[in-house]
Design a protein around this ligand. Structure first.
Ligand SMILES: Nc1ncnc2c1ncn2[C@@H]1O[C@H](COP(=O)(O)OP(=O)(O)OP(=O)(O)O)[C@@H](O)[C@H]1O
Length: 388
């Protein structure tokens, strides 16, 4: 656990970059610092590895003040990833990744073996190990940056806008892989971004900073969307807040209907009265939508409109299901199981009846105390105290 206790940072010249910030970054979780430019996010991040010393207040790792540790020793237990990756241009990719192992005096063979293992882990072809950074794309360089930060297996990772310099498609890929990696590694991660969508996608906890270094709210993504603490946070989250809340509503609680589902062998006459029916094969896989009134004989032989997007029951959110309903010719979303077989259909009204945080009476948590974990993780897994 990383703890900020009343941390203030006043730079020479008088700028207050952090104003009495108290918060906790739980072990094994991703805490995202988000907010306006100049809000003090980077300053806050850097107080953790002593690149910035607070004017007053304390930063603790597992209860121990970071000032009790020598910066070099402290930083060996804290991976650091920055925008544009910050790779050494004249070192090969392998040697870039092995930077910290070399500093820790690992022998060259072991350090390179570790670097190769990490290349695979972050989705890089190990054959690229002999290249130099300029011979890699921006997205590949960022992966190297992540691999380099992970090389000595630090329990803590600080990430300062690590995915900002790449295009949106690559960025989404990097984010997905980062989340997959975190599911395996359970690092204690503090992640700085300008982008509220990135914060909501990646964060277990989100801390919103306002210009002047004030922490305005720290909360789960669900609560932040449903209950912004004030107009600043609401404005920062932006439009479509209600719809975005549906990303956190589960489809497992949905009651799906079988009324509109028909076998391909069923006769159109049996479905008379229904405007649309979903035609399925023997394994209940969806074949398409049919209008019984315009068909004769088996529905499988009728003119079918494409099924369009479906949603996986229990796997996808209500937002995905609502998207499927909007895009469906019938206005009904098709829910499938893991094998792709149709479980049933739901209308937009059915979908909006699912309880969400946006409609419950939960009170936002502004205390800085972590609430119930949003993502399962083994709290025993990480030992930040072993840093260095
Ligand atoms: N070394 C420094 N000396 C003086 N002022 C600084 C220094 N570093 C940062 N600041 C000021 O402190 C404030 C907070 O800066 P910081 O970089 O922490 O904000 P940020 O939220 O990370 O901003 P951005 O999103 O634009 O990167 C800003 O007003 C900045 O100009």
């Amino acid at each position: 656990m990383i703890t900020f206790e009343g941390v203030t940072k006043r730079y020479t010249g008088g700028t207050v970059a952090l104003d009495d910030v108290s918060l906790e970054c739980p072990t094994g979780r991703i805490t995202v610092f988000v907010g306006t430019s100049g809000g003090g996010k980077t300053t806050a991040l850097r107080t953790i590895n002593r690149m910035v010393e607070p004017t007053s207040g304390r930063v603790l790792i597992d209860g121990k003040d970071v000032r009790e540790r020598k910066p070099a020793e402290l930083r060996r237990g804290i991976g650091y990833v920055i925008q544009h990756a910050g790779l050494f241009p004249h070192r090969t990719i392998l040697d870039n990744i092995a930077t910290v192992p070399y500093l820790l005096s690992w022998n060259k063979k072991k350090a390179r073996a570790r670097a190769l293992e990490l290349m695979e882990r972050v989705g890089l072809d190990p054959a690229m190990g002999k290249r130099y950074p300029f011979q890699l794309s921006g997205g590949q360089q960022q992966r190297v940056g992540v691999a380099r930060a992970l090389a000595a297996d630090p329990p803590i990772m600080l990430m300062d806008e690590p995915f900002s310099a790449v295009d949106p498609v690559v960025r989404a890929e990097l984010q997905d892989e980062f989340l997959r990696l975190q599911e395996e590694l359970h690092k204690t991660i503090v992640f700085v971004t300008h982008d509220i969508d990135e914060a909501i996608k990646l964060g277990d906890r989100i801390a919103v900073f306002q210009t002047g270094g004030k922490l305005v709210q720290i909360d789960s993504p669900e609560n932040l969307l449903a209950h912004p603490a004030d107009d600043f946070v609401a404005g920062f989250i932006g439009q479509n807040r209600g719809i975005r809340t549906l990303s956190f509503a589960e489809t497992s609680a949905l009651r799906l209907s079988d009324d509109a589902v028909r076998a391909a062998s069923a006769d159109a006459a049996q479905a008379a009265g229904a405007e649309w029916v979903l035609v399925v094969d023997d394994d209940r896989r969806p074949l398409g939508w049919a209008r019984p009134a315009q068909a004769t004989g088996p529905l499988g032989k009728a003119k079918l409109s494409p099924v369009g997007p479906t949603f996986q029951v229990g796997g996808d959110s209500v937002r995905t299901a609502l998207d499927a309903a909007v895009l469906s010719p019938s206005g009904l979303a098709v829910g499938v199981d893991e094998a792709g077989a149709v479980v049933g259909t739901a209308s937009g009204t059915d979908l909006l009846a699912v309880p969400t945080h946006g409609r419950d009476a939960a009170v936002p948590d502004r205390s800085g105390q972590p609430g119930e974990p949003e993502r399962p993780a083994d709290p025993e897994e990480t030992d930040a105290g072993g840093a260095g």
